[in-house]
Design a binder for this molecule. Structure first.
Ligand SMILES: Cc1cc2nc3c(=O)[nH]c(=O)nc-3n(C[C@H](O)[C@H](O)[C@H](O)COP(=O)(O)O)c2cc1C
Length: 632
């Protein structure tokens, strides 16, 4: 990186060189041939073949490598897999005897730790500080089955996360402590916490691991058992074939508004149904639907305009070796709303005008112009700047910066799927899956902005259009298997969606246990989602409905108030074995509801607040207090 002194002394010369470099770079990109990625997946490939291909990518058999390193990744959106591939690649390149095998934590049941010498775990955190969905069972197994312990196993964890979340890297921490008790030892390389896909930090961990492995001599090991176990044990199960990497293309069957929108303050929520006929996709009430949306073309065009680039410029697509037109990558693969520090650093480093330099100095201070990412990350001004801007706003803030499409692609976050609680029961119609999506629209710097997937569903796809989707299992949000058990469902806004599925399901199964729903929204006549269905179920005695409309009365009334008003009833149900469900906003609603439950239990059972906490913890352990909450 060019130093500050150089920038100040000879900026115009450097700027000119940079412009020329950018032009050459862009032209080279557009001349490159299209490449088929090494890991091209044939449509006939079975699950087992895919897992084995992935596992052996960096340990070809003919190399005769004998020292095994197992690289396990636990991922929600795929980044941890990239980190796993990186560490495996470096180990394989650097150390001739080492055979790094990569495995998704989903396939945990094939791993026999007594046959492994070393494992490297790359694990992200999702939701409100939880382990990636598909890896939860692996973690649960490791933390409960002490008899499968492996005292000779060496391990290290790379924890991927984001400091913006309250539970930074919690998933990695959980795996780290379970590995400590599993092995009875400390990691051979300290756990590394990674904030926002910081490759510099990741490379530091990779270097430390590679350095240590180089100086160690691992015993020769049985390298075949895992492949054999996968071949024997991993069978295609139809629905499990649909995933982020291999989604179902399902026709949108119907779309209807669930709210009345009369002013800009009113909530806009839509019900969307997809046709699953013939797909074999299976789901259970409580699961979420992952929607893989594309960006709004207007936003992509604005970015192209800010870059002053040819939209057809070929750029290496993230996560594989394909070269694709920039416009296509920006539309389908980049999160254009997330501003990473390395992107801002790259833009600042590419400024070519005095005006922009002065403006940047005013915002970030002089030293940040060097383009040093760590400096920028430690600067509070960066965080307030980045959190209020999209990538295009950063470019428009410094119009003289010569930024190429390649720089944008390399410094953008991946566009991740959005998850919506499913509002239908497969027992009612296995060929249909539906969701309720709250449409996100707002203004920033006088420009209308929108949420990616919700406006994709509301504005850019219509009936019969194909939408890419898959199921995200949620085994921690399930109806009791015993239909006689009472249930208490608590949710606000779109948090009611899984309860619509629950009630459909219980209606069909003629469940006899009582069902109580506390539902909250702003206005009864505007955003009472699924009002007709809920009122009908209430009239038919299928649900006992309590509502809180926060903006219909002078004094705001929320669901926790309604719960406390009916505290006796709630306590009686809990005391008789009811299962409790909370769905919706993690920040406010779930916390307030938790406090209300605590008070209800302490009054009902005549115990102290501390004892009520223990009571709730116990309910949680017994899966009688389940939460599906998200940070908005
Ligand atoms: C919905 C969502 C929730 C997240 N929750 C957390 C969190 O609680 N703590 C944290 O440190 N990072 C959190 N992250 C950040 C991710 O862990 C981080 O982006 C990571 O690089 C993703 O890796 P993956 O693609 O392997 O899942 C969250 C990200 C998303 C999109």
């Amino acid at each position: 990186m060019v130093s500050v002194t150089l920038i100040l002394l000879g900026f115009s010369a450097v700027g000119l060189c940079y412009v020329l470099w950018c032009i050459i770079q862009t032209k080279m990109e557009s001349r490159r041939d299209l490449k088929i990625p090494k890991s091209f997946k044939s449509s006939k490939e079975t699950e087992a073949e895919k897992a084995i291909r992935e596992m052996k990518e960096f340990c070809p058999e003919e190399d005769g490598r004998t020292q095994n390193v197992l690289v396990i990744y636990a991922t929600e959106y795929g980044f941890s897999k990239e980190v796993a591939r990186k560490v495996a690649e470096v180990l394989a390149d650097r150390i001739p005897d080492v055979a790094p095998r990569i495995i998704n934590a989903v396939h945990y049941n094939f791993i026999d730790f007594s046959k492994e010498q070393m494992c490297l775990v790359c694990c992200s955190t999702t939701g409100d500080g939880v382990i990636p969905t598909d890896s939860k069972e692996f973690y649960d197994l490791m933390s409960t089955e002490q008899d499968r312990s492996a005292p000779n196993l060496k391990f290290s964890v790379c924890a991927l996360g984001d400091r913006g979340y309250p539970h930074f890297c919690r998933g990695g921490h959980l795996f780290h402590s379970v590995l400590e008790s599993y092995t009875g030892s400390k990691p051979f390389v300290e756990m590394k916490e990674i904030d926002q896909e910081d490759w510099e930090e990741i490379e530091e961990w990779v270097e430390q691991v590679a350095g240590q492995v180089e100086s160690m001599s691992l015993e020769e090991a049985d390298s075949d058992y895992l492949e054999e176990a996968i071949k024997e044990g991993l069978h295609d199960s139809g629905d499990s074939n649909y995933s982020l990497a291999n989604p179902l293309h399902a026709p949108l069957q119907c779309k209807r508004p669930l709210t009345k929108v009369e002013s800009r303050d009113d909530k806009e929520t839509i019900h969307v149904e997809f046709d699953l006929s013939g797909s074999g996709l299976k789901y259970t009430c409580g699961d979420a639907l992952g929607i893989i949306a594309s960006n709004c073309p207007d936003e992509v065009n604005a970015l192209i305009e800010a870059l002053k680039c040819d939209p057809q410029t070929l750029v290496k697509a993230p996560g594989n070796d394909l070269y694709l037109p920039f416009e296509e990558i920006a539309l389908n693969s980049l999160d254009l709303k997330a501003v990473k520090p390395d992107f801002v650093a790259a833009v600042l480093g590419a400024i070519t005008s005095e005006d922009d330099r002065v403006y940047a100095t005013k915002i970030f201070g002089k030293s940040t112009l060097s383009g040093d990412v760590h400096h920028l990350k430690a600067n509070p001004a960066f965080h307030s700047f980045a959190s209020a801007r999209f990538m295009v706003d950063v470019l428009n803030s410094f119009p003289s910066a010569k930024v190429t499409p390649k720089i944008v692609v390399e410094h953008a976050r991946a566009l991740i799927p959005r998850f919506y609680s499913i509002s239908s029961s497969p027992n009612r119609d296995e060929n249909v899956v539906s969701i309720a999506a709250a449409v996100v629209r707002y203004e920033l710097f006088d420009v209308p902005r929108s949420g990616v997937a919700t406006t994709y569903l509301a504005d850019r796809v219509d009936e019969l259009d194909l939408v890419k989707l898959y199921i995200q299992k949620n085994n921690n949000f399930r109806l009791p298997t015993d239909d006689e058990k009472p249930i208490i469902m608590i949710g606000a806004g779109t948090g009611v969606a899984p309860y619509v599925a629950f009630l459909q399901d219980r209606e069909i199964r003629r469940a006899t246990g009582e069902a109580v729903l506390f539902f909250g929204c702003r206005h009864e006549d505007k955003d009472f989602l699924y009002k007709t269905e809920l009122q009908q179920w209430s009239d038919e005695g299928i649900v006992e409905l309590y509502t809180a409309f926060s903006r219909d009365t002078e004094k705001k009334v929320y669901i926790q108030h309604r719960m406390e008003e009916h505290g006796d009833r709630v306590w009686k149900l809990i005391d008789s074995g009811a299962h409790l469900y909370v769905c919706g906003d993690a920040n406010q609603m779930a916390k307030d509801v938790h406090q209300a439950l605590r008070r209800i239990i302490s009054t009902g059972a005549a115990i102290s607040d501390k004892e009520a906490d223990a009571y709730l913890e116990d309910l949680e352990k017994k899966s009688r207090y389940q939460r599906d909450v998200w940070l908005s």
